[in-house]
Design a protein around this ligand. Structure first.
Ligand SMILES: Nc1ncnc2c1ncn2[C@@H]1O[C@H](COP(=O)(O)OP(=O)(O)OP(=O)(O)O)[C@@H](O)[C@H]1O
Ligand SMILES: [Mg+2]
Length: 278
């Protein structure tokens, strides 16, 4: 039987930290490394879709449709972006889902149930979460095996991380006991700042404290390398391109390629519990 895909939420309640940039370019790098990869846009801003030159609200099936009372087959929502790299776009209507679904029993598990129908189709599924820890992010966490946290090495970053890990713990304690937070990804990194270096150390030692604790982030690591600030990464989406289409030799492309190597090495080390069960 085919193995279950790795399903990863790219989560940070703070806006503008690099979630979408990382979902797209880590996803593209995983695809280039041979992983059949699906990206899911769970953000009503639909920025992920823009990276592929797809405008929101063009009448196509989107992640919003999955939450309707009569959802389409999830296959109908998938757009083939590049070889090995597909995505499910979002639209602005997704913002309404939160309010509309409040009373529905299965509200937290809609995405998990939809993705379950794709078993065998993909090796990796990356979910681009909106900024915030509401119903859409909880849906993503309920559907995921693990969480990557894109963040900056800045003042108060640790406080935001603690809050986020608290949400991961709540979901792991209830809806999804298999959920772990396995990686922090430093984005827009400026390695020369001494303040930045101090915050990186703070994050590292914070994570170290939990190595023997019974928490879903006990094995969380600072994934390597940090993604350097590189203007090409900010330019690429306005051309509807991933960094590998736009400028495959720039530092941003290099960093995401190496990040994908680290992620694949980590996955090889940690056999997924779901895959073990076959
Ligand atoms: N390494 C980088 N170097 C330069 N610019 C970057 C880098 N990473 C992201 N950006 C830019 O920073 C902005 C925020 O990034 P991004 O959209 O990925 O964040 P986000 O966390 O998804 O934001 P939101 O919470 O609004 O969804 C974007 O304009 C993006 O192009
Ligand atoms: Mg985003």
């Amino acid at each position: 039987m085919s193995a279950a895909p790795r399903i990863v939420s790219l989560l940070n309640q703070k806006g503008g930290v690099g979630k979408t940039t990382t979902t797209v370019n880590l996803g593209a790098a995983l695809a280039a490394a041979g992983q059949r990869t699906l990206l899911v846009d769970m953000d009503p801003q639909s920025n992920l879709s823009l990276h592929f030159g797809v405008e929101a609200d063009e009448g196509r099936a989107s992640s919003t449709a999955l939450f309707s009372s009569e959802p389409p087959d999830i296959e109908a929502c998938i757009v083939e972006g590049r070889p090995n790299l597909s995505f499910i776009p979002a639209d602005t209507e997704l913002a309404l889902v939160e309010g509309e679904l409040a009373g529905r029993q299965d509200v937290q598990t809609v995405l998990r149930d939809a993705l379950a129908r794709l078993r065998g189709r993909f090796d990796a599924i990356l979910i681009d979460c909106p900024p915030g820890l509401g119903v859409l992010s909880v849906n993503a966490l309920t559907a995921s095996g693990e969480v990557f946290v894109p963040m900056q090495a800045q003042y108060l970053a640790l406080r935001g991380l603690e809050k986020l890990l608290g949400t991961v713990q709540l979901v792991a304690a209830g809806l999804n006991p298999e959920l772990v937070c396995s990686g922090v990804i430093l984005c827009m990194h400026e390695s020369l700042s001494s303040h930045g270096k101090a915050v990186v150390e703070e994050i590292r030692s914070h994570l170290e404290q939990f190595r023997t604790a019974d928490v879903p982030w006990r094995d969380c690591r600072l994934l390597q390398p940090p993604i350097r600030r590189n203007v090409k990464l900010a330019e690429a989406p306005s051309f509807g391109k991933t960094i590998f289409d736009y400028d495959p030799r720039c530092p941003g492309a290099d960093d995401y390629r190496r990040l994908a190597e680290s992620v694949l090495a980590m996955w090889a080390e940690r056999v997924a519990p779901a895959a073990e069960r076959g």
